[in-house]
Design a protein around this ligand. Structure first.
Ligand SMILES: [Zn+2]
Length: 138
């Protein structure tokens, strides 16, 4: 029987998968609950029988905010009063909601950003450090 290799259920594995271009979450074998935060225990029924599943990377914008008073780390990337960045919650087609950066939207005209917009996963800064989970309009 072939040995089945599975990564540990934690954030490090999640980001490792992301760097491989895979947007993975965890599904409970017992109750079917899906989660983006990789944990070895189902948050719904506390079963430890969980498996990795790959999400489509598609979803819709549930809520967002454009931030113009930025932390130092974002100021260093060129964001600020003249170039706000957008942070939002995306509801994945599979159900779970995650917070992410929202790219390719006009943050100086946030009235043009619509709740319910179709979103697509966009992996940014994959080369260095922790990748940024981000979405752009699909
Ligand atoms: Zn469960």
């Amino acid at each position: 029987m072939a040995e089945h290799i599975t990564k540990e259920f934690n954030a490090a594995s999640f980001y490792e998968y992301l760097r491989e271009g895979k947007f993975m979450g965890v599904r409970c074998v017992s109750c079917g609950q899906l989660a983006v935060e990789a944990r070895a225990i189902c948050q719904s029924c506390h079963s430890t029988e969980v498996i990795w599943v790959e999400f489509s990377g598609k979803g819709q914008l549930a809520t967002f905010t454009c931030i113009s008073i930025v932390p130092q780390s974002m100021a260093e990337k060129g964001y600020g009063r003249d170039n706000p960045y957008c942070s939002g919650i995306v509801m994945l087609d599979e159900g779970p909601r995650i917070s992410a950066r929202i790219l390719n939207v006009d943050t100086l005209n946030p009235q043009g950003i619509k709740i319910g917009m179709k979103m697509q996963l966009e992996l940014e800064d994959l080369s260095e450090g922790i990748p940024v989970l981000a979405f752009r309009p699909d």
